[in-house]
Design a protein. Structure first.
Length: 412
RNA sequence: GCGGAUGUAGCUCAGUUGGUUAGAGCGCUGGUUUGUGGUACCAGAUGUCGAGAGUUCGAGUCCCUUCAUCCGCCCCA
């Protein structure tokens, strides 16, 4: 075995990094369940078309980032690059239109063949929510509020900016696209090479280009808001009003367009400046056409997903494990008693570390290393009198207690 | 996919214009007498110097290739 390293862009997760990710997911679950969301688990791979057809032929995810493979039956399959398409597919496949609204959350690995950087892996974890069957702005408000509360509970709201925009309905989007393309075509010589390409492929993306020459052109570009029709305008206003009512701070960014084709109306991103170029930590939007596109009828949808690794990298403090109780036998003839006591304490709900070898000094050192709060010391003297020495490892104080009272003492 | 930087013990890093047995701190192991840790002191182990080829009497140091990480672009969570 020569290649012991993990494949590019993948990581072994353990220790503090793993604990932080668990904390992010557990926090997300507890928040989202209060809003009535239930967990769904869909397969980690799907027929390639599920992603190819629905994310948009022009998106980079589809054109160059998917892990596609053929199985032994000759089917083209793809490791999921994002969560929404799979959940919507499951929604349609299981006929869930009968019982709207449907609220799901999920978490698990996603795969994208990209160049790795900090906060960007080829296998990464997303936690996301999907709310299907609600057309009113109330859904947008609730879903954003949920995202906001989630980051608040993680202690991150202070370093996060909420950016929001509206792409409007299909009509508004088409109107704007035409206007924008017309404008940009006049200035095509001033655009960067990348943007010249995007002009035919995905012109909206030019709006958030980081190239200076693009920025100058964009500064005078037609504004998205001016292309929104009355319906779209009212919808967006209602969403913003709701956020105001809930005291959620946001910034309207009319350059914000999302990468995937299925978005309409509200789109939003929660970003930080602490992760370099990978500042987007949670993002989502409304996707009213997606269910119909998969043959599930006219059902509205909205959702978001967050990068669990990115969020956990923002968590400052090390996540502490619960402090165990160390059970320490002294001498050979006390081992069996120690085994029994450790077992009883565990049955009583305590977290117990048995040191497996060494003299008393060694075992106390190990107790210290696992951050034990108390040590139950069992020597032949103690065993002979049915007692144990209970030592507080913070203060160093110790006392003799009867074995019968041990659990009561530890609970105090 | 494009541009740039980096790669030396478990971790963070030092290593002088190429010159003999490659270093530090932290961590780890053992000890400072037999049943008392977290502090202190003493001792010890650990590296195919990312991998491969090359130049040279001699390469951790120079050239090339490759792999990986980091930064930026693209894109995105």
């Amino acid at each position: 075995m020569e290649k012991v390293q993990s494949v590019r862009g993948t990581y072994d997760l353990f220790g503090d990094a793993k604990r932080k990710m668990k904390k992010v997911i557990a926090t997300g679950e507890s928040v989202v369940e209060k809003y009535g969301f239930e967990e769904i688990e869909t397969p980690i791979f799907e027929f390639t078309e599920v992603f190819a057809r629905n994310l948009g032929d022009t998106s980079d995810i589809v054109t160059k980032e998917m892990y596609c493979f053929e199985d032994k039956g000759g089917e083209s399959l793809t490791l999921r690059p994002e969560g929404t398409a799979g959940v919507v597919r499951a929604f349609v496949a299981n006929g869930m239109q009968q019982n709207l609204p449907v609220k799901f959350y999920y978490h698990g690995p996603m795969f994208r063949y990209e160049r790795p950087q900090k906060g960007r892996q080829r296998q990464f974890t997303q936690f996301g929510v999907e709310l299907l069957g609600v057309e009113t702005p109330q859904a947008d408000i609730e879903v954003i509020a949920m995202a906001y509360e989630f980051l608040q509970k993680l202690g991150l709201s202070g370093q996060i900016t909420v950016e929001i925009n509206s792409l409007g309905d299909a009509e508004s989007r088409d109107t704007y696209r035409e206007k924008l393309v017309a404008y940009l075509t006049q200035h095509i010589d001033e655009l960067s090479e990348d943007s010249k390409n995007r002009l035919t492929r995905n012109p909206l993306r030019i709006l958030d280009s980081k190239e200076d020459c693009d920025k100058t052109v964009i500064a005078n570009a037609p504004r998205y808001a001016d292309s929104l029709n009355e319906n779209s305008r009212q919808f967006f206003a209602a969403v913003l009003k709701g956020l105001d009512l809930l005291d959620i701070k946001y910034r309207v960014n009319d350059r914000l367009v999302r990468g995937l084709d299925y978005y309409s109306h509200t789109v939003f991103e929660l970003t930080t400046d602490k992760l370099g170029a990978q500042g987007t930590v949670l993002a989502g939007g409304r996707y009213n056409g997606l269910v119909a596109q998969m043959g599930g009828g006219d059902v509205a949808g909205i959702g978001w997903a967050c990068g669990v690794e990115r969020l956990s990298m923002l968590l400052q403090e090390d996540t502490a494990l619960p402090r165990p109780i160390a059970v320490i036998p002294v001498g050979e003839d006390t081992q069996e008693t120690a085994l029994q006591i450790a077992h009883q304490l565990r049955l009583a709900g305590f977290s117990v570390e048995q040191s497996y070898s060494g003299n008393m000094k060694k075992r106390l050192m190990k107790a210290n290393k696992v951050n034990a709060a108390q040590a139950v010391i069992l020597g032949s003297d103690e065993v002979a009198t049915n007692t144990a020495t209970l030592k507080d490892l913070d203060s160093g104080e110790q006392k003799t207690v009867a074995l019968a009272d041990l659990i009561k003492e530890l609970q105090a």
